[in-house]
Design a protein around this ligand. Structure first.
Ligand SMILES: Nc1ncnc2c1ncn2[C@@H]1O[C@H](COP(=O)(O)OP(=O)(O)O)[C@@H](O)[C@H]1O
Ligand SMILES: [Mg+2]
Length: 282
């Protein structure tokens, strides 16, 4: 059985977080290799991992995704999830999300009062995300982006508590990790050009956070007419709302970091098993 972990030319062998996964797959007898997205692939399954340069080559990336033999997550999931407008769809299903307005290029934005965030609808690694109070600056950022964007009130709880990332494999909860705040005033700077450096740690989610994450996966699966077990991997990023209630900040079904370095080896073993089941067409 051969499994390809898809990366990008800037990070051909991943970013180091997935060593435990490679070890677990190897231990289980799987032939596992890293390969940057874009060229021809031969494998029983291609798992999207550090493909983080795709926002600049979106059409090319999706075309490549459509040509690989078997993709995780599957292409319809990736197509839906790559555009953060899904936040509005989940909100309309009654999911508690960070209030999100979608702004099309050239459209006059309605900014919330106080501090708010402007970020590209298709984006990764905090690139292009900015935190503003000044409407003229935010408008200038929107036109500099020149693409569909999201506007959200800045959740100030993030400064103190960051966000909690809940990781699921085949729809089953696996583990969580914590991410510090990413946005200073103005625009986030990505030194690597690919992603803004993250401050990560271990954390146990609250039962309310877990409940929200489960609801998010159920609603996403229902919107896509899939079972939640069809999501080979999922990461649900949750922040605290103004009243301390959990709110969805991001549902990552495309290429999330899964925080293997921040948890026990069991997580990598669990993911290995799920990958093998998918690769063998079970
Ligand atoms: N509405 C918001 N309130 C507070 N912080 C935010 C908000 N939106 C984004 N951020 C910060 O910016 C980071 C990147 O935004 P996110 O929506 O997670 O996009 P991505 O991780 O795909 O680049 C988050 O990790 C968070 O620190
Ligand atoms: Mg994020």
């Amino acid at each position: 059985m051969k499994v390809v972990l898809a990366s990008c030319s800037r990070l051909p062998n991943g970013d180091g977080d997935e060593e435990a996964l490679v070890a677990a797959l190897t231990r289980d007898g799987v032939d596992v290799v890293w390969q940057p997205w874009g060229s021809e692939v031969e494998a029983d399954l291609v798992v999207l991992r550090t493909t983080w340069d795709y926002p600049d080559h979106l059409d090319e990336f999706l075309t490549w995704c459509s040509t690989v033999p078997a993709l995780a997550n599957p292409l319809p999931v990736v197509r839906w999830n790559i555009d953060k407008s899904y936040m509005a769809e989940l909100a309309s299903r009654g999911v508690a999300v960070v209030p999100t307005t979608v702004v099309l290029p050239g459209e006059e934005p309605a900014f919330p009062g106080g501090e708010f965030v402007v970020k590209p609808a298709v984006g990764a690694g905090s690139r292009g995300a900015g935190r503003f109070t000044d409407h003229a600056e935010a408008r200038a950022h929107l036109s500099a982006l020149g693409v569909k964007a999201l506007v959200q009130p800045y959740q100030s709880s993030v400064d103190a508590h960051g966000e909690t990332a809940l990781v699921f494999f085949a729809g089953e909860y696996s583990h969580s990790f914590h991410k510090g705040p990413m946005l200073a005033q103005g625009l986030a700077e990505a030194e690597s050009g690919l992603y803004v450096e993250e401050r990560l740690g271990s954390i146990e989610p609250s039962s309310l956070q877990l409940e929200l994450a489960n609801q998010v996966l159920d609603e996403a699966a229902s919107l896509l007419s899939l079972r939640r077990s069809d999501f080979l991997y999922a990461r649900v990023d949750v922040v605290e709302g103004p009243d301390g209630e959990p709110l969805l900040l991001e549902l990552e079904l495309t290429e999330p970091s899964l925080g293997f370095k921040l948890t026990t080896e069991d997580a990598a073993s669990r993911f290995s098993k799920v990958i093998q089941a998918a690769a063998s067409g079970v």
